[in-house]
Design a binder for this molecule. Structure first.
Ligand code: MCN
Ligand code: SMO
Length: 787
């Protein structure tokens, strides 16, 4: 058989086709858009964390010149339903999240009113004129404050401040603890921080004379947002169009329906004018959903050989004031609950989990949802076991990891790991690092009095997950339309949304490959509910799997149609023709051929030349359901040197082995790993949203909230293993969040290791600021134990 001369695009390091637009400053974000007659909105936000709203008077604002409209919670109370997003898990308590606070405010930054004016400046000035009266209630600014006897209640009818309390128990925990060689307990925490995309949120809403509401929004999930809008607004879903244009980073925070979106839409409906709202950075810090704030207590049973036999854990998550759409306030605890054992073969498990309501910004998604926290805990546990039984941390992990021949593996918590290369990736990252030489280097450095440490972590990453996570909607599938035009070129419409990930390149690689077309002949389109098939969106490292597979399946169908038509035109049977490099020819007789472009032209413009059973359209829509999800995995190692005096440390090397099955585009995969690790390092080292005891957010600017800069990110050495997914077409697994999961765990391990010559200390939390590292060093030198 003749081989295609064109190299395969799947797996090729193709340059990103979207980049010229971004690099030349030609991308189109919400704030670049202007609509005729557009007004500009600003929000009045509550300075009080908890209180009953007595009155909000927008009269003085409306009296200002060029102020056109204003709405309060009361104004929209009968028109806009609150966002209600209940988990289907038993015992979950419902919260009403109003687009604009009605009777009560529950966090600093919650909207009290929206004003529209001719310019944003005027709108901001008008906000200052609004008079309001709030009866303050006691602020509940931490889990401790929320769970204290007699604590003020956020949602009075609950009777307490728990969104949900859950318990998962499997295996025989009691016996495992009774028979253990040793038992210990750790208490660890990860601080509140978030994705902080470069572009803040932005919305334009327009309501036309046909009653169609169009909302442009910087969102990762246009279709789900549309459903949420229809649930809350008095506009049916077929009259709502959501457009997500270029989006300047999402990272999870932009994957929600926001109250601001509803308020801006309602203002557009009531004024009949297009309304634009662009969030400023202070608003972003105050009111774009936060993430990560986990507290874990885990009791561990282990054998003399360093094998962990049981965990008995408590997971508490500070979820802020409201349950968020569509993920609910149960997301992090429920994911944490099933993911805590991670890549390790732990067969006895008990975990209590509590999702706590506090007077803080609601808690939502951020790259590596729940996994950063559980990875931190389980990896801290592995390091403790290594210390206790006197084994190298790499060896302890090797003894506990699921072996390749044990896949598919059902975890004790019911996670169905399809395949993986856990031990192999750990071994490979050790090889790449030359682990022995690294330890040698450490010895030598130590003999010179330098503090050098090595940290290691391994994790599984659930990608394209199943929908049985207690959510009110099923998100395990997505859709694509592959539409060939009369010139034989293709537009692919997908339900997912690319906001930095590079889908315009990778999805085109899949479709072009299947249709034997050059990459330039395939264009990927997304982010408009009017033109794309109904879909779900981009989050949970799912697009390569679900949009990639839906696009692939639709392309297979179009190819079949092409082949049938060509066979008819060539007077050959379908089995006797083949598609290669843009042409369809009779096998063994390449001179009898027709180009794809010719078939397409005939299909649309001369369908009479086809068999009457053949439709003119050359397009197909396909859906793909990822079932139980597919698991990528990764191992990471860092070598660091700590300055004992200042507590600052340098990352001398950072190595990653990553396995996401078949890579569509290795350059993009590496870029995702780099970006993920940069974000993971941000969380491990600097980023923290700090509330005081009164519920005031102290970190509302980039002076107070430190982001990593280019000089903080080391050279990241990435290599790969390829364990194809057993069931996803082309063997693809997702990977977009993976990088962000482990840096906290890796660096905690490395710092503890660096401090070891001074003494034992347990690194129990992030961020690992210089100040905190100094305290760890002091604790170690004073014979210290845990900080
Ligand atoms: N890819 C590939 N081969 C694979 C797997 C993935 O070439 N085997 C490519 C994909 O085609 C895609 C990228 O790698 O271009 C990431 O793919 P995937 O793992 O499917 O993740 P998604 O595309 O669904 O993106 C979501 C993921 C999440 S959940 C967060 S959070 C995050 C992340 O992507 N947000 C990001 N990476 C981000 N990167 C940028 N620049 N901006 C964000 O907001
Ligand atoms: S936090 Mo990513 O959008 O799942």
């Amino acid at each position: 058989m003749t081989q295609s001369l064109a190299p395969r695009l799947l797996g090729a390091k193709v340059k990103r086709v979207e980049d010229p637009r971004f690099l030349l400053g030609k991308a189109r974000y919400i704030d670049d858009m202007v609509r005729p007659g557009m007004l500009h909105a600003a929000f009045l936000r509550s300075p009080i964390p908890h209180g009953n709203v007595r009155s909000v008077d927008v009269g003085p604002a409306l009296a200002m010149e060029r102020v056109r409209a204003a709405l309060t919670g009361r104004d929209i109370a009968t028109k806009v339903k609150p966002i209600v997003c209940d988990s289907t898990f038993e015992g979950f308590k419902s919260s009403n999240y109003h687009a604009i606070a009605l009777d009560k405010v529950r966090y600093v930054g919650e909207a009290l009113a929206i004003v529209a004016a001719d310019t944003r400046y005027i709108a901001e000035d008008a906000i200052e004129m609004i008079e309001f009266d709030i009866d303050e209630l006691g602020p509940v600014a931490s889990i401790a404050a929320a769970t204290r006897e007699g604590a003020p209640l956020l949602h009075e009818h609950w009777g307490d401040n728990f969104f949900i309390e859950d318990l998962l128990e499997a295996g025989d925990v009691e016996s495992a603890f009774r028979d253990a060689h040793g038992v210990f307990e750790i208490n660890v925490s990860n601080q509140r921080h978030s994705g902080i995309p470069l572009e803040t949120r932005g919305v334009i809403a327009e309501f036309d004379s046909d009653g169609v509401l169009t909302m442009w929004s910087a969102t990762q999930i246009p279709h789900m947002v549309r459903t949420g809008m229809a649930d809350c607004l008095e506009v049916p879903e077929h009259k709502i169009r959501v457009i997500a244009p270029d989006v300047g980073g999402g990272f999870g925070p932009k994957g929600h329906l926001f109250p601001e979106e509803l308020a801006v839409c309602q203002l557009a409906i009531e004024t009949g004018r297009p309304i634009k709202w662009i969030e400023d950075r202070r608003e972003h810090m105050l009111s774009t959903f936060h993430a990560r704030e986990h507290y874990h207590r885990v009791k561990v049973a282990y054998t003399e050989e360093g094998v962990v036999t049981a965990l008995d854990a408590t997971i508490e998550v500070d979820c802020g004031a409201y349950s968020i759409y569509p993920w609910t306030a149960a997301m992090d605890v429920e994911m944490g609950l099933v993911m805590l054992p991670g890549p390790y073969k732990i067969r006895n498990f008990r975990c209590e989990a509590q999702s706590v309501a506090t007077n803080k910004c609601p808690f939502g998604a951020y790259r590596g949802v729940a996994r950063t926290a559980v990875c931190f805990s389980i990896e801290r546990i592995m390091d403790q076991v290594a210390n206790k039984v006197g084994l190298d941390p790499v060896e302890v992990r090797r003894r506990n990891l699921i072996r390749s021949d044990e896949f598919p593996y059902m975890s004790i918590t019911g996670m169905e790991y399809d395949s993986g290369s856990l031990i192999e990736s750990l071994d490979k990252v050790c090889d790449e690092a030359d682990y022995k030489a690294m330890r040698q280097f450490q010895e030598e450095a130590r003999s010179e009095g330098r503090m050098v440490g090595i940290g290691v972590s391994v994790f599984t990453e659930q990608t394209a997950p199943p929908a049985d996570k207690g959510l009110p909607l099923n998100f395990s599938w997505d859709a694509a339309t592959v539409r060939m035009d009369p010139s034989g070129k293709v537009v692919v419409q997908v339900g997912t949304h690319s906001h930095g990930q590079g889908h315009e390149t990778t999805l085109a690689q899949i479709v072009a490959d299947e249709l034997e077309l050059p990459l330039a002949d395939v264009r990927i389109a997304f982010g408009d509910t009017e033109s794309t098939p109904n879909g779900i969106g981009t989050f949970a490292s799912r697009s390569a799997v679900v949009a990639g597979s839906a696009s692939y399946l639709a392309a297979v169908s179009v190819k079949e149609n092409l082949t049938e038509r060509a066979a008819h035109l060539l007077e050959a049977s379908v089995e006797d023709v083949e598609v290669k490099a843009g042409r369809i020819s009779v096998k063994g007789a390449p001179e009898q051929s027709v180009s794809i472009a010719e078939v397409a032209r005939i299909s649309y413009h001369h369908p009479e030349l086809l068999d009457p059973s053949m439709e003119p359209l050359l397009e197909a829509v396909a859906t793909y359901n990822a079932g139980p999800g597919t698991y990528a995995n990764s191992a990471q190692i860092a070598l660091i040197e700590v300055d004992a005096e200042t507590g600052k440390f340098k990352i001398l090397r950072y190595l990653v082995v990553e396995d996401c099955g078949q890579m569509i585009n290795p350059t993009i995969v590496d870029g995702q790993v780099h970006g993920g690790i940069a974000q993971g390092l941000g969380g491990a080292l600097f980023e923290e949203l700090i509330y005081d005891d009164e519920g005031q957010l102290l970190t509302t600017t980039f002076l107070d909230y430190l982001m990593p800069g280019a000089t903080d990110i080391p050279n990241i050495e990435v290599s790969h293993l390829v364990t194809p997914s057993a069931f996803v077409p082309n063997g693809i697994k997702g990977m977009g969040e993976g990088g962000a999961v482990a840096p906290g765990a890796v660096l905690a391990c490395a710092i503890e290791d660096a401090i070891k010559p001074i003494g034992e200390v347990f690194v129990d939390r992030t961020p690992l600021t210089p100040e905190r590292v100094v305290r760890f060093i002091e604790a170690a030198s004073s014979g210290g134990g845990v900080e």
